[in-house]
Design a protein around this ligand. Structure first.
Ligand SMILES: C[S@@+](CC[C@H](N)C(=O)[O-])C[C@H]1O[C@@H](n2cnc3c(N)ncnc32)[C@H](O)[C@@H]1O
Length: 302
């Protein structure tokens, strides 16, 4: 796509479009390509292409785009029309209070996952300043670990992921957030090689049923890695594998929190008791779905 307004855009002598004209043209183009929120996304892409803040754009909507800005904006618009997410085009996304880098081959963190952070912080409300130990299984971009460490000033985290790209992304995001000195990263399979007891264990494992992956939106199916999505035939395989080791790693008064698919809370809760865990709470996401299952150890019989 060439950013501009109507046929004028194709002519080399045509004046550069203004910011607001370019946004309108791109919004229309994105909506025709099936992007639901064309206006907002066109604005976000223009800010990315020009480096403008929201305020700068609001104060000068009629300034013309430079040739380079037009070229970059056209490139971004074409990528978005091909259903690449805005966060991947711009290489970053807001998560919790942080600006995280979004790396190719690593799951783009989602707003739903902020519910996990919120739930953990509320369960730990009395211990916010304690030297808590946190284990993040399947750290991906490091979003959960970064958000928790940013709120728990004396905590330390171990982030585990099987993917080399995810481990590199976690390292980069911890450094970007100034949290690298309170975290270690381990490439490995869930809790397989771990010892010790953690005050908080968090995981947002892959939970999409294998047969449902083909039906996901192109933004997810084409851009998030299969290793971050595929939860096996019933979507629960990773929970079963993680739960096998979990009771040996959870502190006596610790909490384990799992993000689950919108219809999986009951099924995941049913996996707890057989391994010696009990349900603490189930939290809903902003859309009203049961999204976070919190658990703790069953009391040991006296
Ligand atoms: C749904 S993503 C979650 C990423 C991040 N925690 C978040 O919430 O945005 C699941 C992560 O689990 C990792 N993973 C998948 N299988 C794994 C395994 N067997 N052991 C460790 N990590 C695994 C994937 O590489 C991916 O980064």
């Amino acid at each position: 796509m060439k950013v501009g307004v109507g046929k004028k855009a194709a002519a080399s002598s045509a004046p550069s479009p203004t910011r607001i004209e370019a946004i309108a043209a791109v919004a229309e183009y994105l909506e025709a390509a099936g992007v639901a929120d064309g206006q907002d996304e066109a604005r976000a892409l223009l800010r990315g292409a020009t480096g403008l803040t929201r305020l700068e754009l609001a104060l000068a909507p009629c300034a013309p785009l430079s040739d380079e800005e037009s070229r970059t904006y056209s490139d971004y618009a074409a990528r978005r029309a091909a259903r690449e997410p805005v966060s991947r085009i711009l290489g970053e996304r807001g998560f919790w209070t942080l600006d995280l880098a979004v790396a190719p081959g690593v799951l783009d963190p989602r707003p739903d996952t902020e519910t996990l952070v919120e739930t953990a912080l509320s369960l730990l409300a009395e211990k916010r300043d304690a030297p808590l130990s946190i284990l993040d299984l399947g750290a991906g971009s490091g979003a959960i670990a970064c958000a928790l460490l940013s709120e728990l000033p004396a905590a330390w985290a171990l982030a585990v992921d099987l993917s080399a790209e995810a481990c590199a992304a976690t390292v980069a995001n911890l450094a970007r957030c100034g949290l690298a000195n309170r975290a270690s990263i381990l490439r490995g399979r869930w809790a397989e090689a771990l010892q010790g007891r953690f005050d908080l264990i968090v995981s947002n494992p892959p939970y999409v049923r294998t047969q449902d992956i083909a039906d996901l939106e192109p933004e997810v199916r084409l851009h998030d890695p299969a290793l971050a999505l595929d939860g096996g035939p019933d979507g629960l395989e990773c929970y079963r594998e993680i739960l096998r080791d979990l009771p040996n790693l959870l502190a006596e008064d610790g909490f384990a929190l799992f993000e689950v698919g919108f219809d999986q809370a009951a099924a995941v809760a049913a996996l707890l008791a057989p391994v010696g865990l009990q349900i603490e709470s189930v939290a809903r996401d902003a859309g009203g779905h049961e999204r976070i299952v919190a658990a703790r150890l069953l009391p040991t019989p006296t």
